[in-house]
Design a protein around this ligand. Structure first.
Ligand SMILES: Cc1ncc(COP(=O)(O)O)c(C=O)c1O
Length: 458
């Protein structure tokens, strides 16, 4: 530590001394109040002069690279805005499923509460892994998978998407993680905390929002260790085609990076055919699952976001390392949740009913919004990814703010789920609308959006 560090450490010792000094001889409650006041004071000094005090903090410096989550940015945007009291609040902002959880899943959970009395194994039971493998085989017409090696239950796909980066990244090698743009923010945070740098590949509106991987410079590919792809995409709803997969597998085979395929929206789709899956594409191309890990979840499929249940499947060698990591991380799934998950993976009836609800909703709401926004029915997912400058020249954030103020409808500015990369932000002048509420509420929101946009454009 240099002279500056010495100075700061003596300052810190002085502060610590003051901290214990302040409560000496005081009655208990008064001493506690003094200590609290002093703690708040010290914290605010450290916050005001973070560079002076960084020597005393034992936090991981990579944490400072994390951006606020989009909803925090939204809260900040709406900070001083009072929404028009004439209207009730409608939120299309958060992508949280709102259809009711099927009773048979609730019942399965309730019937298995005795599982709370035992520690689960990190790998989960044979039964849960078998249910996951059988679902994968049925859904993607895969040859028989081995439940002992080919799949693992996880506590929702979010934690697993994050954790995988910690397993496959070697930070010593100036690692790069390729992320689609716009994207699910976990990919970026996972890359940073694994000691890698994200490289954003913009989705191309002219190609149904497929990320244009040919835009990655030749000198970047050799440093790529992990590539996240979201199909169906959040927020675009775009589904990768077999040709997209062929190109991606060729790149992975050439440069040796791992593909993390986030497929948590796979069961909500609007066409006649279910979205192509990553393992399905690998199988159709006769390739095997090397360096491929697929992530799925019950949250959206079965309306159980609070149950925290999903899986990873694919490359058995990677899953073996992943299991090792998870054993230390302590991310075993509760036995009660495992039992309810088996019931959910084994049933498709509720998934079809859920999908029909989304189809009805999207088919009514999309044409209405298309009168004033540049928007179309997506391939899949539960978002509309709309351009707001069809009739007016306005930024996404300003549009969201005025809509909230005048009509009490919350939408997410597109630039909050994307980054400026290669000279532009693919989320700029777009908004993301999650059609998760019941149809009447979504229709009411759409009508308000039409009225608002028309008024702005007049
Ligand atoms: C693209 C994407 N991936 C993963 C997740 C995580 O979902 P869960 O952890 O509930 O499986 C979400 C949640 O909104 C998401 O939008």
């Amino acid at each position: 530590m240099g002279p500056a560090g010495d100075m700061h450490s003596s300052a810190m010792i002085t502060l610590r001394g003051a901290y214990s000094e302040v409560s000496k001889g005081k009655p208990c409650r008064e001493a506690r109040a003094h200590r609290t006041a002093l703690r708040v004071g010290i914290a605010s000094i450290i916050r005001r002069f973070p560079t002076h005090f960084h020597h005393f903090r034992s936090v991981n410096p990579l944490l400072s690279k994390l951006q606020p989550y989009p909803f925090e940015k939204l809260r900040h945007l709406f900070g001083r805005v009072t929404p028009n009291a004439k209207f009730s609040a409608i939120s299309l902002g958060i992508g949280e499923p709102k259809h009711p959880t099927p009773l048979f899943i609730q019942q399965a959970l309730a019937d298995n509460l005795s599982g709370l009395a035992t520690y689960p194994t990190t790998a989960g039971t044979d039964q849960v892994r078998r249910a996951i493998c059988r679902w994968l085989e049925r859904r993607y017409q895969l040859p028989t998978l081995n439940p002992a090696t080919d799949a693992l239950p996880v506590n929702g796909s979010r934690e697993a998407l994050f954790a995988l980066a910690q397993v496959v990244i070697d930070p010593a090698a100036k690692a790069v993680v390729v992320c689609p743009n716009p994207f699910y923010q976990i990919y970026e945070g996972a890359a940073f905390l694994a000691g890698a740098e994200p490289f954003f590949v913009n989705s191309d509106p002219a190609r149904n929002f497929a990320p244009d991987f040919s835009s990655v410079p030749a000198d970047v590919w050799p440093r790529v260790q992990l590539l996240y792809i979201c199909t169906p995409g959040n927020p675009t709803g775009a589904v990768l085609t077999l040709d997209d997969w062929r190109a991606l597998f060729a790149l992975s085979d050439k440069y040796g990076f791992v593909i993390a395929a986030d497929e948590c929206y796979s069961e909500i789709y609007f066409g006649d055919h279910p979205p192509l899956g990553a393992m399905q594409a690998a199988n159709q191309l006769g390739r095997g699952y090397q360096r491929l890990v697929a992530f799925s979840s019950l949250s959206k499929r079965s309306n159980v976001p609070g149950m925290r249940s999903g899986f990873v499947a694919g490359d058995a060698d990677i899953l073996k390392q992943f299991l090792l990591y998870r054993t230390y991380h302590g991310s075993a799934m509760s036995p009660s949740v495992q039992a309810a998950s088996i019931a959910a993976w084994n049933d498709e009836d509720h998934v079809e009913k859920n999908r029909e609800k989304y189809i009805r909703k999207f088919k009514q709401v999309t044409p209405l919004l298309a009168e004033v926004l540049d928007v179309a029915l997506p391939d899949a997912g539960f978002y509309l990814w709309a351009k707001v400058d069809k009739l007016i020249n306005i930024s996404d954030a300003e549009y969201a703010k005025q809509l909230y103020a005048e009509y009490h409808v919350t939408v997410l500015p597109g630039s909050y789920v994307a980054r400026e990369a290669h000279g532009w932000n693919p989320g700029a002048s777009r908004i993301r609308m999650a059609l998760v509420a019941e149809v009447d509420e979504c229709l009411e929101a759409a009508q308000r959006i039409v009225e608002f946009t028309r008024k702005l454009a007049a």
